[in-house]
Design a binder for this molecule. Structure first.
Ligand SMILES: [Zn+2]
Ligand SMILES: [Zn+2]
Length: 550
């Protein structure tokens, strides 16, 4: 696929999933990329924390890729940069705060000199071949959420990035309704397509303003006369940090930051002009002897991550200690899939007599993504001819398409990863399916999520693993008794008896089949030993055979 005199949209990640956003636009032989995100592992990927998009398609065309435009600093938009941007070898573009976060990542990986990172001022423009992109500030749950107005020879695109409406956003200065209307009008030309966020399409209400969170947290913290208050939130939500700083000042509590990522965000935010009035945090040591009712702690770990500060505080293994009568506030939402992990942490807190308040008990969180009324407002302002929902699972994107059509958009097309969609000229349609997929970071190694390593890892994780070893002497007789090793096979205290039977089965098989056909011997040994495992346990662990001649 090489775009001719046409406009192509091709997502390599983020369509059909919330995470791992990678979107390509192609025109006249050239491509630009919007965002380069990652996602997290799940139980189907044992041992894997990070999942990355497979960029083979664009790596094969890297001489035609002109640059990567980053909309904002969330991991699902920039997280794959340290792993994949070096190979792409094209310049990155980001606004100052986002660029600060990216620079940190590149420095951590020792790649700062290898990747060209261009800092674009808020509202700045980037011209790349047939594309001219302008950054448009939109409210979101991180400073410098940006949409991109992308002008092309085939018309104007509005790529929303992640966004919401917030008339009192506390940090930042999002585009007004008038400005968005002017973007849509495009000097009378109108807008060809809106490519946008579907995350919260099922919310019938507006997302709400960060100012309401300030009010909610103020009320809550002020009402606590005794004990520590710990608020857990996403580290990247620097606006929420600012809000908590203000709450601490107003309630006479000292702020304590718990979690390395919080300190990192604070540094980047201050270096790029945010959080200038943030109160000086108190050290953990000083906090230990400070009156509890004079402390407001902020900790990472909203999603139950076992290594994060909150989980360790809940288990009592962190230098910061909470006790009965203290309060933990979840200033965050539960990301689907994390309920069990979050529940585990909350149970540990509850067992220590710590009170827990979440966004259902008090107004302590607002979402960073648009609810239905905000989507309708945006379509009213931009008035695209085509709606292209992205950043959602299939159900979110289909619902988003329905809302767009009801809002008067003439056409909507729901993309899937790898589908090249021609947006112009003519009706929007899928013109080809291109290679796409998922990679995993396994230790320091990047490999395919559906490759041999992960497949055998999964089998071992589910069923355990066995090895049969035969040592054969000069006359083709066994030089020793066969050895069988079983790992993760559910035999527990019967292990010895089980292994003895497996050894006997191996010896009998060898006596029957002999050494002449080695391949057949290996197969028969596998079958015999696995049969023993199945009889004992009902499981069929993958089994390896080694035959050693001496
Ligand atoms: Zn985001
Ligand atoms: Zn996102």
């Amino acid at each position: 696929m090489k775009p001719g005199d046409e406009l192509i949209f091709l997502p390599l990640g983020g369509s059909g999933e919330i995470g791992m956003n990678v979107n390509l636009y192609g025109c006249r032989g050239k491509w630009i990329m919007c965002d380069l995100g990652m996602t997290f592992g799940d139980p189907s990927l044992p041992g894997i924390e990070l999942v990355l998009p497979d960029l083979q398609f664009i790596e094969d065309r890297r001489e035609d890729l002109l640059g990567v435009l980053l909309t904002h600093g969330h991991e699902d938009h920039i997280g794959a940069i340290p792993y994949l941007a070096g190979d792409l070898g094209v310049p990155l573009y980001a606004t100052p705060f986002t660029a600060g976060l990216i620079r940190r990542k590149l420095e951590d990986e020792g790649l700062a000199g290898d990747v060209k990172l261009n800092v674009v001022p808020m509202g700045g423009e980037v011209a790349l071949g047939p594309f001219r992109a302008r950054y448009v500030a939109l409210a979101h749950s991180i400073p410098e959420g940006n949409g991109l107005v992308i002008d092309t020879p085939h018309g104007r695109l509005f790529h929303t990035g992640d966004w919401k409406l917030d008339d009192r956003p506390i940090l930042g200065d999002p585009a007004s309704a008038e400005e968005l209307m002017a973007i849509g009008a495009n000097g009378g030309e109108g807008t060809l397509a809106l490519v946008g966020d579907s995350t919260n399409v099922f919310n019938p209400l507006p997302s709400g303003s960060e100012s309401q969170v300030f009010d909610g947290l103020m009320q809550l913290v002020k009402s606590r006369r005794r004990g520590r208050v710990l608020v857990t939130t996403f580290a990247s939500n620097a606006t929420r940090l600012h809000t908590l700083g203000e709450v601490a000042k107003a309630t006479g509590r000292r702020l304590v930051l718990v979690g390395r990522s919080l300190e990192r965000i604070l540094q980047v935010a201050k270096a790029t002009g945010y959080l200038r009035d943030f109160p000086e945090p108190m050290s953990w040591e000083a906090a230990a002897s400070h009156p509890p009712e004079k402390l407001l702690l902020v900790a990472t770990g909203t999603q139950g991550e076992p290594q994060a500060a909150l989980a360790r505080i809940a288990e009592g293994t962190h230098p910061i200690k909470l006790e009965a009568g203290d309060l933990v506030v979840y200033s965050s939402k539960q990301i689907p899939g994390n309920e069990l992990a979050i529940g585990r942490v909350q149970n540990a807190l509850a067992a220590r007599g710590i009170e827990i308040i979440g966004d259902r008990q008090a107004h302590v969180h607002v979402s960073g993504h648009p609810g239905r009324p905000e989507l309708e407002a945006m379509y009213g302002w931009i008035r695209p001819r085509i709606a292209v929902p992205v950043h959602g699972e299939r159900r979110h994107m289909e619902e988003h398409a329905r809302i767009a059509l009801e809002a008067g958009v003439p056409q909507a097309i729901v993309p899937v990863n790898g589908a090249a969609i021609r947006l112009a000229p003519g009706k929007p349609e899928v013109v080809s399916h291109e290679p796409h997929g998922r990679l995993v970071l396994d230790g320091d190694v990047i490999l395919p999520a559906d490759g041999a390593t992960i497949a055998s890892r999964r089998k071992m994780a589910w069923s355990g693993h066995m090895v049969v070893t035969l040592v054969v002497g000069g006359k083709g007789r066994l030089a020793a008794e066969p050895v069988v090793i079983a790992k993760g096979v559910p035999v527990e205290e019967d292990e010895e008896a089980f292994l003895a039977e497996a050894v006997e089965a191996a010896a009998t098989t060898f006596a029957k089949v002999g050494l002449k056909d080695r391949r057949r011997l290996e197969d028969e040994l596998k079958i015999a030993v696995r049969r023993v495992a199945r009889q004992w346990t009902g499981k069929k662990p993958p089994t390896d055979v080694q035959i050693i001649s001496v």
